[in-house]
Design a protein. Structure first.
Length: 396
């Protein structure tokens, strides 16, 4: 393995540029700005390189790893109640980093099939990507990464879902060309070999795990292998590695909620990585892990308190189906008859019996005003989820 004090920094290479927009459709100034060659990143291979990190960063990453494992173990007995809600919260936070903001109600409706809120649909796609990341954690390779991307964008952007990009992309600047971009990832001809190199780095067992995860994430974002959805796929990759190496076994620690608290620091750390300084992204991921477990514990405590109050307000006999619906609401705070029927294994037309005691207790509120296709929401749960998002985004 290659080690040393330095981590390889990016260089650039001149590339010819042929505008895709007909010249007659843009001004002369735009044509001048986006004419001639541009510089694309040349990304070093890292499979055989070992990062040399400051001892305080290594210690912080180790402490964060212990905290992640502790949080995961705390919920081992309540996976059925909290695994889905934490997965959704992580997915929503990851989407918010990309400015895809949506409230808990809209996300819950999108999970039931509504397509009215585009951002909420994007979050639901992110939930699918996260599930794929966890399912494929023990078989993490290039195909697994493409499968995550397919789950993310398959419904909304099927033309690019799961396909490596076949053209140059850039971040910032204008849509006419890469000449004024903040960052120009490597030319698309390098994507596949760089991904293969990244996979080889991710399979190593001689690097402290959280440092390895942070560097793998930064390298993925630097490669930028897809036309769109790289940020969300790259953060799903974090969880695939945490699960694959056994640091988490039960739930999803909402790391993106921690990153969201200071997105400037997150993006600055990615920039520093590209300049040959990996310690900042390791430190940022460690900081985010502490913030995520703190916020996650607040969410779990709020949901436990809500569920305990329901025990005093719901009037139903012991063992009644209403109690199973109450547990469902922690995972899915907006329901319809079909959802309740599927949970209870009964026909939708019979679900009203289970819903009625919760509506009478004020746990559920019908909000459509319709006679058919009615829907109910658990407002307390939705408020707890929105409060979680507000805490995560406080300093964004």
């Amino acid at each position: 393995m290659v080690s040393g004090a330095g981590w390889p920094k990016l260089s650039t290479k001149l590339r010819p540029w042929t505008p895709s927009v007909p010249p007659e459709l843009v001004s002369a100034g735009v044509r001048r700005t986006h004419s001639g060659s541009y510089r694309a990143a040349v990304v070093p291979l890292i499979a055989d390189r070992t990062p040399q990190l400051p001892m305080d960063v290594i210690a912080m990453a180790q402490e964060a790893s212990v905290e992640i494992a502790r949080f995961d173990a705390e919920l081992a007995a309540e996976v059925a109640l909290f695994a889905s809600v934490l997965l959704r919260s992580e997915s929503a936070s990851s989407a918010m980093i990309e400015n895809l903001t949506s409230g808990a109600t809209a996300i819950a409706l999108a999970e039931l099939g509504s397509t009215e809120n585009r951002n909420a649909s994007e979050v639901v796609g992110n939930v699918a990507a996260m599930r794929a990341a966890l399912d494929l954690a023990e078989h993490l390779d290039a195909n697994a990464i493409r499968t995550m991307h397919t789950a993310l964008l398959g419904d909304l952007h099927p033309d690019i879902a799961g396909r490596w990009r076949g053209e140059q992309v850039w971040i910032g600047g204008t849509s006419f060309g890469p000449h004024q971009a903040m960052f120009v990832p490597p030319h698309h001809e390098h994507v596949e070999p760089l991904i293969d190199d990244l996979v080889a780095f991710m399979t190593r067992t001689d690097i402290p795990l959280l440092a390895q995860v942070a560097i793998a994430h930064a390298q993925f974002e630097t490669i930028h292998p897809f036309p769109d959805g790289n940020g969300r796929t790259g953060r799903a990759l974090i969880h695939s590695m945490l699960r694959g190496y056994g640091l988490t076994q039960n739930v999803t620690v909402p790391v993106s909620a921690g990153l969201l608290t200071d997105t400037n620091a997150y993006f600055d750390a990615l920039t520093a990585y590209r300049e040959g300084e990996p310690s900042k992204i390791v430190q940022r991921l460690a900081d985010a892990s502490f913030e995520a477990t703190m916020n996650g514990r607040q969410l779990v405590a709020a949901l436990r308190e809500i569920r305990a109050r329901w025990n005093d307000t719901i009037k139903a006999r012991q063992g009644a189906s209403a109690w199973r619906v109450a547990d469902l609401l922690l995972r899915q705070p907006v329901v319809d008859a079909a959802t309740v029927g599927a949970e209870l294994g009964i026909a939708p037309q019979n679900a009203q019996r289970a819903i009625a005691p919760l509506a009478e207790a004020g746990v559920l509120t019908e909000f459509t005003g319709l006679r058919r296709n009615r829907m109910w929401q658990a407002r307390e749960v939705l408020t707890a989820l929105d409060d979680f998002a507000a805490r995560a985004g406080r300093r964004a």
